[in-house]
Design a protein. Structure first.
Length: 402
């Protein structure tokens, strides 16, 4: 069954595509989304029934307060882009910001929520309760924009919050809505080794930090298998290393810096990994007699979907939309939507975005990442289903004291 209020949704398609392509052309990195939020805020100001909350310098919330009492629901879209040089140069809407690209679909997320706002404004008399449309900055960069918005108190009274993400692993028309954990804890680490530089011909008179780093990196890679319970998932990825230079190959460098990323699900595992890294550093660097600096950066926590409210949404979507609802295993990427889900009952869904062509199957954060734009309509329908149908049922539950 398709909800009758979707009958006129085609008239919003052109605006939906235009917004996504404009945003794709004008990406801005985390905490620098000044023109992006200006574009969104200007659009919200053109609507008739929305109150605007400037939650932070580069985020904005549009609130629809209906004339009927009911639940307070949040709909969230992330708006930031990545420091990636786009390789889709044949696109009419390729990024015009050198070295910056919407390689994670946030242009689509933002366009979907903007168009949902347009629909909600046009159908204001159908609304129940309050709907908070959250255009969030800085999802990609810790500490993340979600925690900053939560700190303002603007969302303190929400009964429920919904977020979604396009996913190239899933075909268009497939929606992954699962109970429980959805994404991982995502942390980072950096190490600086203070060796002793010298001439490459006399390594015995130097302490080469590259040799030390090779042993540390190998030991760090073994932490998940050697230090963590086999029942608990963990990934340690060393992602960068800096030392010396390619011109002066006869110089042993004085210092070296390397770092990486850590993914886990269970709340106690990140601390265990951090402690293991400290022990390894103390042992290996101590054996070589060198100093070091170690920093562990706590990032987004695991997103956790509320069991009861997510089950309700699964049932509504299965009965209302012509989509394939599945429950996949949790994804290993991080999402700062967790700042909401730790406090507010939440559901975070994955929206399929590939159509079996190579162009739509590049992974997230790839310089050739792109989506089948028909996925935008699926995401728009999901947002409106949450705002209208889910909102009605949540209001009924609230009135009954459930």
């Amino acid at each position: 069954m398709t909800l009758e209020y979707f009958n006129n949704l085609e008239q919003y398609t052109d605006d939906l595509l235009e917004r996504r392509r404009y945003l794709h052309q004008h990406p801005e990195t985390s905490f620098n989304e000044f023109k992006t939020v200006e574009y969104i805020e200007s659009f919200l100001q053109s609507l008739d029934h929305v109150e605007i909350i400037k939650s932070t310098q580069t985020s904005v919330i549009g609130v629809f307060k209906s004339k009927k009492p009911g639940s307070r629901i949040g709909l969230r879209a992330d708006i930031d882009a990545l420091p990636i040089q786009e390789e889709l140069t044949d696109l009419d809407y390729c990024s015009t910001n050198n070295g910056v690209m919407h390689a994670c679909g946030h242009d689509g997320h933002t366009a979907m929520l903007m168009t949902a706002c347009q629909w909600l404004d046009d159908h204001y008399d159908r609304l129940v309760g309050e709907i908070y449309c959250i255009f969030q900055h800085a999802e990609e960069l810790p500490p993340g924009g979600a925690s900053q918005i939560m700190a303002t108190g603007a969302l303190d009274n929400l009964d429920y919050i919904y977020g979604q993400h396009v996913l190239p692993e899933l075909e268009v028309g497939t929606v992954d809505i699962k109970k429980g954990p959805v994404t991982t804890n995502s942390d980072g680490y950096k190490v600086i080794i203070y060796g002793l530089g010298g001439h490459a011909s006399t390594p015995s008179k130097a302490i080469n930090p590259i040799n030390i780093a090779s042993k540390l990196i190998q030991a760090f890679n073994e932490i998940p298998s050697q230090h963590i319970d086999a029942q608990q998932s963990a990934v340690v990825s060393n992602t960068y290393i800096k030392a010396g230079n390619s011109i002066s190959l006869n110089i042993i460098p004085d210092t070296l810096e390397f770092g990486g990323n850590i993914r886990t699900f269970d709340a106690d595992v990140p601390k265990h990994i951090e402690d293991s890294m400290k022990q390894i550093l103390e042992g290996i660097c101590g054996a070589y007699g060198v100093g070091y600096k170690f920093s562990y950066e706590v990032g987004a926590r695991s997103v956790h979907n509320d069991d009861v409210k997510t089950t309700l949404l699964q049932d509504i979507v299965r009965n209302s939309l012509d989509v394939n609802v599945i429950e996949r295993k949790p994804d290993m990427f991080g999402e700062d939507f967790s700042a909401y889900s730790q406090v507010i009952p939440a559901t975070f869904a994955m929206i399929g975005s590939h159509n079996h062509t190579k162009e739509t199957q590049y992974p997230l954060h790839h310089p050739k990442f792109n989506i089948d734009e028909s996925a935008l309509t699926v995401g728009l329908k999901m947002l409106l289903t949450v705002a209208i149908e889910y909102g009605k049922q949540l209001t009924n539950m609230k009135l009954k004291g459930e």
